[in-house]
Design a protein around this ligand. Structure first.
Ligand code: ACO
Ligand code: OAA
Length: 370
């Protein structure tokens, strides 16, 4: 048996959703740079699910459907109020997403039509859940979603209970486009493995949320912010990073399984981070981030991934650190559901092998003789 730890380089499926070739990321054949500059998150969601950019009528319908499904079942809100206030937000999101299935009578309907509706529901409801969790943990009542506004605008509105400014809405919308899909990343793979048993779409997304939580994956954006908080000042960047590298500790937000010469999404987030800093008249976080990059790339040859500059972007949008990975989930649920729909279309159970390295030829010994 040939063992490939971490399945590096193993091609486990075909997919027509997103591709990474020579460091270029495309969704359905559209370069991420093009989409980041021109597409809204809703257009991106349609593209991932249905394979082409929507017409005006198709986009309007999707926006209406997302708006109509954005409210979450009352028992899910009641349940979230019982979660410990200091629970990890991704753990709380995982539980809430799982419980959505309990209030959807069509959860186990495996028709394509039903699964497409559930994909819309999940995309619409994950932002509502995240905003509600954020408010509940501050002792506030959740805010009901608005009708007829984008996911980015609605999320910021539900979070703060007031109309967000359009610069923040645009910045969040672009961040959502950038995080939406990424080929066979760990959380998408987890989702596909789960539904490949012909389990339901909610189970698939619950698995994916669990996988995204880890700091080697989506959880890295929170870890980056924690690091920036620990560093505190521009002058402390150099000694802090030097010590970490000497101790052979990982610097979060750097490195990637697929990109070895840089993540094409990082430059967009870097630009947003700089612009938000300039707008606020305080570029401390951006300047610290640039210095970290200079040192880590200079000394280790590692380049920032999508999680690195998103930390300073979200902080400068006034969003608390505990919501960074849930925001990643708000975006990536579009990719997860696209992959789950694709998996159902041409399914085979995913079941690799393990090379056994344990004891052999053991003989049973009765308990009182051991
Ligand atoms: C959305 C996302 O999921 S993007 C990724 C988010 N995760 C992070 O930012 C966490 C930090 N980065 C990492 O842990 C890794 O780079 C991963 C998990 C992203 C990729 O892991 P792998 O593909 O298995 O790379 P691997 O860990 O083998 O790295 C190769 C070498 O670079 C080193 N390396 C990789 N990333 C880092 C890092 N961030 N800091 C320091 N060293 C690193 C490894 O220690 C390893 O060195 P070695 O060969 O001397 O042992
Ligand atoms: O693809 C990966 O390994 C990690 C990921 O999800 C991303 O970079 O967006």
């Amino acid at each position: 048996m040939t063992v490939t730890k971490g399945l590096e380089g193993i091609v486990a499926t075909t997919s027509s959703i997103s591709s990474i070739v020579d460091g270029v990321l495309t969704y359905r054949g559209y370069d991420i740079d093009d989409l980041a500059e021109h597409a809204s998150f809703e257009e991106t969601v349609f593209l991932l699910w249905f394979g082409s950019l929507p017409t005006t009528a198709e986009l309007d319908k999707l926006k209406r459907d997302l708006s109509d499904f954005a409210a979450i079942p009352e028992p899910v809100i009641a349940q979230m109020k019982l979660y410990p206030k200091d629970a990890n937000t991704m753990a709380a999101l995982r539980s809430a997403v799982s419980s959505l299935a309990l209030y959807d009578e069509a959860a186990d309907d495996m028709s394509r039509e039903s699964n497409e509706i559930k994909a819309v529901k999940l995309q619409a409801q994950v932002p509502t859940i995240v905003a509600a969790l954020a408010r509940i943990r501050q002792g506030l009542e959740p805010v009901a979603p608005l009708k007829g506004v984008s996911i980015a605008e609605n999320f910021l509105y539900m979070l703060r209970g007031q109309q967000p400014d359009m610069i923040s809405v645009k910045a969040l919308d672009t961040a959502l486009v950038l995080h939406a899909d990424h080929e066979l990343n760990a959380s998408t793979f987890a989702g596909r493995v789960t539904v490949a048993t012909l389990s339901d779409i909610y189970s698939g997304v619950t698995s994916a949320v669990g996988a995204l939580k880890g700091p080697l994956h989506g959880g890295a954006n929170e870890a980056v912010m924690k690091m920036l908080e620990e560093i505190g000042t521009l002058s402390n960047v150099e000694p802090y990073i030097r010590t970490k590298l000497e101790r052979r500790e990982k610097i979060m937000g750097f490195g990637h399984r697929v990109y070895k010469n840089g993540d094409p999404r990082a430059k967009h987030l870097m630009k947003m981070s700089r612009e938000l800093g300039i707008m606020k008249g305080d570029t401390r976080l951006f300047d610290m981030s640039v210095k970290v990059e200079e040192l880590v790339t200079g000394q280790k040859g590692l380049r920032p991934n999508v999680d690195f500059y998103s930390a300073s972007v979200y902080t400068q949008l006034g969003i608390e650190r505990e919501l960074f990975t849930p925001i990643f989930a708000i975006s990536r649920v579009s990719g997860w559901t696209a992959h789950i729909l694709e998996q159902y279309e041409d399914n085979r159970i995913i079941r690799p092998r393990a090379e056994y390295t344990g004891l052999v030829e053991q003989k049973y010994v009765p308990v009182d003789e051991r």
